[in-house]
Design a protein around this ligand. Structure first.
Ligand SMILES: C[S@@+](CC[C@H](N)C(=O)[O-])C[C@H]1O[C@@H](n2cnc3c(N)ncnc32)[C@H](O)[C@@H]1O
Length: 263
């Protein structure tokens, strides 16, 4: 039985172990993590490079214990607010931000992004820039009408969310509600940068199995449109062939989309 199916249990808060999850992001050591990183980092780079999206405030929804999704955006946004549902994930993020002992080593990923940007040698500078740019790490629950309550924030120029909504939402209705809850955090004409997986029903973190809402492209497009967003770009990739033997998740592909909030 999947964990979420046991009633009344705060599954993420109880079972999601950030340090185990981070195993996916040891570059070159986990085919599924590499699949996600290679696909999404390429598109984050294209989205936030000079001439791309920029602004004052970017809010990352459901950051988990990871920072890879912010490595390009920290060059074009003045402030970033990271958020997650679980206490342990937020602590793990703080560990890296404050260079505390035992923090995850993101340097292979940071070097990879610097290489995409044209200068691998700037990786230490980029780490410092990201640490300066992430101003707060807040509690977030996309199931709530006001996901970041009690925090009061200025409207964001950009909302980013990676691999979170289909994990946090058990039904399409909950997915729709989450977008409705997030929309007021964004200024009119602001951008939503969303990444996720297609057809995924679960992923493993160690021995814990987390249920995922399986998404198809058609449904994804419909839900965004109904929620008041215009998709400007939708990039897709089939699951990498080197991941076929991996039993830790059943996704068939990945998406990366940029959408603009209407009005
Ligand atoms: C698969 S992880 C993704 C983490 C990270 N963004 C990444 O790209 O690897 C899913 C994340 O969604 C978060 N999450 C679960 N339920 C949530 C909720 N109701 N509101 C916000 N985040 C939630 C979890 O704590 C977890 O960090």
């Amino acid at each position: 039985m999947a964990l979420q199916e046991s009633t009344g249990l705060d599954v993420y808060q109880t079972y999601f172990e950030p340090t185990t999850y981070l195993g996916y992001y040891k570059m070159g050591q986990n085919p599924v993590g590499d699949d996600v990183l290679q696909f999404s980092l390429k598109h984050y780079n294209a989205t936030f490079k000079p001439g791309g999206l920029r602004g004052k405030l970017l809010i990352d929804i459901g950051s988990g214990p990871t920072i890879y999704q912010l490595l390009s955006a920290c060059e074009s946004f003045e402030e970033i607010i990271a958020t997650d549902y679980t206490d342990k994930n937020r602590l793990e993020l703080e560990k890296w931000l404050k260079k505390m002992p035992g923090a995850f080593d993101w340097s292979p990923v940071v070097k990879y992004v610097c290489e995409l940007e044209g200068d691998r040698d700037k990786w230490a500078e980029k780490e410092e820039r990201l640490r300066r740019t992430v101003r707060r790490v807040l509690k977030c629950d996309v199931g709530k009408e006001r996901p970041l309550e009690p925090a009061v924030l200025p409207l964001a120029d950009c909302l980013l969310s990676s691999l979170c909504l289909e994990s946090a939402c058990g039904t399409l209705e909950a997915f729709r509600d989450a977008l409705r809850h997030l929309r007021p955090l964004l200024r009119p004409r602001g951008h939503l940068v969303l990444t996720g997986s297609f057809d995924c029903t679960f992923y493993m973190v160690g021995d814990s199995r987390f249920t995922v809402l399986p998404l198809k492209e058609k449904v994804l497009r419909e839900v965004l449109q109904e929620s008041g967003f215009t998709i400007e770009r939708l990039e897709k990739a089939q699951r990498g062939p080197e991941t076929v033997l991996e039993k830790c998740s059943d996704y068939t592909g990945l998406f990366f989309l940029v959408a603009q909030k209407n009005d």
